[in-house]
Ligand binder design. Sequence first.
Ligand code: ADP
Length: 889
Amino acid sequence: MKNNSWFMQDDEDEFGEALHRRTEELYRVPNTELDVDGYITCSVVPLRDVVVYPHMVSPIFVGREATLLAIEEAHAENRTVIALNQKDPELEEPSFNDFLPIGVEMGVGRLLDMPDGSSSALVQGRRRVKLVDFIQTEPFIVARAKPIPEKGVGYNGEAGKQTEATVRTVLELFERCVQLDRSLPEEAYLYAMNIEEPGWLADMIVTTIAPPLEDRIALLQILSAKERLKRVVTLLAQEADVLELEDEIHSKAQSEVDRTQREFYLREQLKAIQTELGEGDPWTRELYELRSRIEGVSLPEEAQIRALKEVERLMQMPPMSPEVGIIRTYIDWILDLPWTQATEDNLDVKHASEILEQYHFGLPRAKERILEFIAVKSLRPKRSKQPILCFVGPPGTGKTSLGRSIAEALGRKFVRLSLGGVRDEAEIRGHRRTYIGALPGRILQTIRRAGTINPLFMLDEIDKLGVDFRGDPASALLEVLDPEQNFSFSDHYLELPFDLSKVMFITTANTTVTIPAALLDRMEVIEFPGYIEEEKLEISHRFLIPRQLEEAGLVEAGDEAVEYNGTNKGKVVFQEKALQRMIREYTYEAGVRNMEREIGRACRKVARLKAEHKPYPTHITPAMVEKFLGPPQFYNLEAERQDEIGVATAIAWTENGGEIMPVEILLLPGKGNLQITGQIGNVMQESAQAALSYLKSRAVQLNIDPEIFENVDIHIHIPEGAIPKDGPSAGITICSALVSAFSGREVHKDVGMTGEITLRGKVLPVGGIREKVLAAHRSGLKTVIIPSRNQKDLIDVPKKARSELKIIPVEHMDQVLDYALNPEVKKEAKPSRPRRKKEIDPHLAQKKAQGDAPSTPRDASPEEPGRHLPAAGVDEVHQNYPRVRIVLD
Ligand code: ADP
């Protein structure tokens, strides 16, 4: 009867109880009684890979049908069976000789079905038996065997001692094994200790430590308890060795694991401690240094908090994170800006005056204004709202160098920033940090360069500021310059208010016309007029020559500078006439920048001769000028100019300080069309139309046949190639040239004029008188006609120029014609037979030939006429032309 219920028990208690019941049942099976011969006859249970020892209870798995039958029957009859080990476990139907001779009589329990289809039964070993023979083999084997009683072992005598020693050894070794092998329960040792029979002890231990099958089988076959014990000693020693080795390996592995864990733990602790002390790994250390740097420098609270916050952010990041660089740069910017560093102002007016005089000739108005500024500052040092000065004048008139001198006088740092071509607001105010490669704007970049919070900050070319879709830099600049706002200037990158109120801003411009009104409003304009020849000579002698001689290494060591008074023995001196020639024929400018360059060139030529130990001139003569500087760049216009019909001289204002400009008119057979060429703007075209209408209306008074207007085409040309020109101030000049062309009266060669004309011939005032008059003077004109309402502007014109020019104020065109035109009509100049006028201005002809010469930035090179000075910021339309604008108003 099969019952597998206990096997299926989930509940442990129930399982334990069932097992207990089964074992008891097993114990109750009596040993088979001996027959008369002392044998027992029992069914055989062949065993393949298990060994059952006496006293031991263990389950066996039964597969073979015969065995099942044998067990079932034995169980049913409450009889024992004999367990025999097969020599070859693989054999299915072993015969007598296939079994080992020693087996075990054992009680069997009921068969239980296993989940894999096999069966199992609990068995209990009783005693060793020696196989005698088989009584039957079918349906299962029944054998006769002889039980072998376990011989008692005495502990007396020599042999007894030996046995005791062996038992102890066995127990010690077993204890060791139990200690080392976690799968062996402690109770096993206690159990072993209490076994008195050495044979049983041996069997029990072998069952417990489960050596290889052959060892177990071999041990079963040993009948002598002593022998068995000895054998067990060997097995235990082997087992203990293996276990010790295992244990060693295990503890090594464990200690390795422990060491790694320990190191990890210690490292973590170390990190925590270092972090606490600020001495972590290089990255952490760097961050701690950074933090203490931030805490060490004097920053406004807001900036400090921000910087520390950014450091905190860095600490959360791995050092390789791409954001690290961005944040570092930001922090560096905060640290590098001069938030509080300032120089102390030297507000000694006398000292300032000396410095300004020492480096600058003339410029009385500018100097005076600066000294006033310093005086007020010395009286009211706390007053931070200073007016912004704007130096306006042509290039090379000393605006920048004066700024530099002011900085020196005040003891402030000097920095410059050119605004020419700045179109993007971000250039002033920076890009937000979200942009890749964002940086602060140029204002803060320059302040960082200055290293102080109160430098003298020169904003050059404020008139060349551009505006486009990227924003209006002027409005950003307004915030920079406005004393009401600039104490907390906000840069997009920095996102922290920066105090610009202590900075002394000076702006420079060539003209006020293009300065945005809002900006101009906040600035105090100081004009830097161009220089007349005498001033240029003086500046050359006093400043430019000494400087250039020194640059060229022509000043002997120990000499401060070469004085200009003829007493400088053996030193290089420029003759007055030579300088004059350089001014007239090699430079054509309002300032002295080209002059300085030409002087420098001449000095270098001399320096080369000196360095090559060749004879070198100590007095530079006019002839040497040509030798050193090549052929003249500008011709003396006075010599070649002549009275002509249909050509009048306009004086125009340019950013470079004023120009004279011929207006040519040609009459051709035609139908009264008017053609105007020479890059003329709308205003000038209209001005020409007005002049023509006026002329037509006055034809009779001017002795011109009104019918002629129907038979000719009029071509007005204002040369100077591709330079755009505009403005109404050529009105009276065009009109004069028209009258000349139609009437045959020549225009005086040395009269220059400027003025707007109305249809009724009234002459209206125009701008730029000072530059225009100076240009006329420079060009050697003798007479200048200006609108009478412009007379007030003459005050700015240097006295010498005023006294050497005949300046005629006019109110009406008739007056202009009276002064500018010859009264008589030239015979061959019949208006009905207009002829081609020849090029009247050789200088212009030459310029045309050089028309392709590239324009150079700001300072025209000496090889190029000084008037080809580029001016960034002119109207978009004119971008492709040389960047010069001529405005005639
Ligand atoms: P700007 O800024 O007006 O274009 P700079 O200040 O650069 O001109 O002047 C050009 C050169 O001319 C400088 O070397 C400067 O020293 C010199 N210079 C101009 N004006 C004077 C002056 N009044 N006295 C002495 N040197 C002058």
